[in-house]
Design a protein around this ligand. Structure first.
Ligand code: 2AM
Ligand code: CA
Ligand code: CA
Ligand code: CA
Length: 278
């Protein structure tokens, strides 16, 4: 029941309001970006729209919850080391908002319609609210810890495929030319003949939302950050799915190499990913 989700905790109502407002604003800016800035390479982009979306969200959250901590992608120096340090330093806060103002910036810049706003609230390191908004499809995915995951009032449930052979998987390539790219190309080569097909549409958060909705069977990616995964991790788990690190350990905010599935194929996918990296 969506009204109980919105009404029961103002945390969730604020998260929804932020994601909807930011997403609608981002959508109005589609096609306006001529000069994206390069963070560390020509593949790693950030725009004024990423920064504007984060500002909008941060301002709204601080109005409602001035004492809560805030971690947004655009407030952190680029690179894996700074990102890991940022979540390590922030995760013990009583309440921490973890925000990706646009997940799928490369898609946004190119006009490929697959990007979203991702907002999570963690309480002492555990995600208790997750909201992902896709302004193109106008789908708003919402989860509260222990209360299920919903898209516009419809309860989400993961898919029923039981084997890799029947699975539609997704993955991605962070715009980081270091170890993650060769590692993942190896995984792709190993897995492609074993599954129905693989998609890499460019937004980790949105892949997790579609996985929660039963439209994908599994997802993995190397070298992601807390803001890519936090909201989607809860939405997926509340839809009955499983999310771990590449070793199979339970998801926590520090996880960078992620494996997420409908649950049924989890062990099989972990095993094949392990083989692919030997
Ligand atoms: P972004 O659009 O917010 O940057 C694509 O496979 C996924 O990787 C997206 O979720 C994207 O998020 C993320 N990503 C893109 N560039 C990255 C980088 N340099 N380091 C880590 N993650 C990145
Ligand atoms: Ca980015
Ligand atoms: Ca991201
Ligand atoms: Ca982003």
């Amino acid at each position: 029941n969506p009204s109980s989700i919105v009404g029961s905790k103002s945390f969730t109502a604020v998260a929804i309001n932020c994601a909807a407002k930011a997403g609608e604003w981002v959508k109005t800016k589609l096609g306006t970006v001529e000069q994206p800035h390069l963070k560390v390479s020509v593949a790693d982009l950030v725009t004024e729209i990423d920064r504007g979306s984060e500002r909008l969200i941060r301002k709204l959250i601080s109005t409602h919850f001035p004492n809560h901590a805030f971690l947004g992608e655009e407030g952190v120096e680029p690179g894996a080391a700074a990102s890991s340090q940022a979540i390590a330093a922030a995760k013990d806060a009583e309440y921490l908002w973890i925000v990706d103002p646009i997940d799928g910036t490369t898609n946004f810049v190119h006009g490929f319609p697959f990007f979203c706003v991702s907002i999570a609230l963690a309480h002492k390191g555990e995600v208790i609210v997750g909201v992902i908004y896709d302004p193109i499809s106008d789908e708003l995915f919402v989860a509260e810890k222990g209360k299920g995951a919903y898209v516009h009032g419809k309860r989400l449930a993961v898919s029923k495929e039981q084997t890799l052979e029947q699975s539609l998987l997704a993955s991605g390539f962070p715009a980081d030319p270091s170890y993650a790219l060769p590692l993942n190309l190896q995984s792709m080569v190993h897995l492609a003949p074993k599954v129905r097909n693989i998609r890499a549409a460019g937004s980790a958060a949105l892949h997790l939302a579609h996985l929660a909705a039963g439209r994908l069977t599994g997802f993995w990616e190397y070298n992601l950050n807390s803001w890519d995964l936090a909201a989607g991790s809860l939405i997926l788990q509340e839809a009955g799915g499983t999310i771990t690190d590449i070793e199979g350990s339970p998801y926590q905010l520090e996880v960078r190499n992620v494996v997420a599935t409908n649950g049924h194929i989890h062990q099989e996918l972990l095993q094949e990913l392990r083989k692919s990296n030997q």
